[in-house]
Design a protein around this ligand. Structure first.
Ligand SMILES: O=C(O)c1cc(C(=O)O)c2c(n1)C(=O)C(=O)c1cc(C(=O)O)[nH]c1-2
Length: 250
């Protein structure tokens, strides 16, 4: 599987230095799903309870896919030091030790979010209500991670540069807009803020060191766009189902 290449007029110049290259990567945040109409509506209090539940159910499929794509990247890493760093990401989501303990992980925290919005654990785990387009988008991420060189797959995780803000937005707006949600469910968003910072520091280190010609740097920008498109498409699919209120009553 390959990703679309965007034709750019400045494709053949000399490589950007690290500062300029990082700035180009960060500028792609303009296409982050934080700007998607559904996200804007959700964070300004415009979603009905069934729509919030629909988002939580669909995003759970992404949550399931993250440790699977990280395991695919790990399998492609030939370097032991890199694997030692990367394995943390799987543990962050799958957790370790006691399933209800302090290291229960992000998946467990998302299940708690599900319960806080009124979805029972087994119901969430059943994947009821997950749109085919959301599955396709998330599966595309796992497939890319398993088939691409590991440095490219690491680069695709860099949408996390923009994630702390979206988590902070939910923490600052949801308690007011959606007082019916049990605050115990917000732990996932809170927990991801420091972890995203650590992931991005490592992801950027790999990306800035690996993509060192202008052509390669454009490839990195295309990879990041591919991942931005995955997230955007997920919200398109979620939003579309919400147009039919009867359909979101999973
Ligand atoms: O809530 C969000 O909007 C959002 C977005 C992203 C992202 O940008 O890919 C991640 C997360 N959350 C997240 O919680 C998470 O653990 C995560 C891991 C990754 C990744 O690509 O490895 N992205 C994201």
């Amino acid at each position: 599987m390959d990703i679309a290449t965007i034709v750019r007029p400045d494709g053949d110049g000399p490589a950007w230095n690290r500062i300029d290259f990082e700035a180009k990567l960060r500028a792609q945040g303009a296409a982050y799903h934080i700007h998607h109409p559904f996200n804007l509506r959700m964070n300004s209090g415009g979603c009905a309870p069934d729509e919030i539940r629909h988002w939580v159910r669909n995003r759970f499929y992404y949550q399931i896919c993250i440790p699977r794509k990280d395991a695919a990247i790990l399998a492609n890493m030939s370097d032991r030091a890199q694997r030692r760093l990367w394995i943390e990401r799987i543990l962050d989501h799958d957790g370790y030790g006691d399933y209800q303990g302090s290291s229960a992980g992000g998946m467990e925290a998302w299940i708690k979010l599900g319960e806080a919005v009124g979805i029972e654990r087994q119901d969430l785990l059943s994947l009821k209500g997950v749109s085919p387009a959301v599955r396709f988008a998330c599966d595309a991420y796992v497939n890319f991670a398993s088939q691409a060189p590991w440095q490219e797959a690491v680069c695709s995780s860099l949408t996390e540069m923009f994630a702390p803000q979206i988590h902070k937005d939910r923490l600052s707006t949801w308690p007011t807009h959606y007082p019916w949600i049990d605050a115990a469910g917000f732990g996932y968003f809170r927990g991801r803020i420091p972890l995203a910072g650590r992931d991005v520091a490592h992801g950027l280190e790999v990306t800035l060191a690996h993509f060192t010609t202008r052509q390669a740097q454009h490839r990195a920008l295309d990879i990041l766009q591919f991942k931005l498109d995955i997230l955007w498409n997920m919200l398109d699919a979620i939003e579309k189902v919400c147009l039919t209120p009867a359909a979101v009553k999973a």
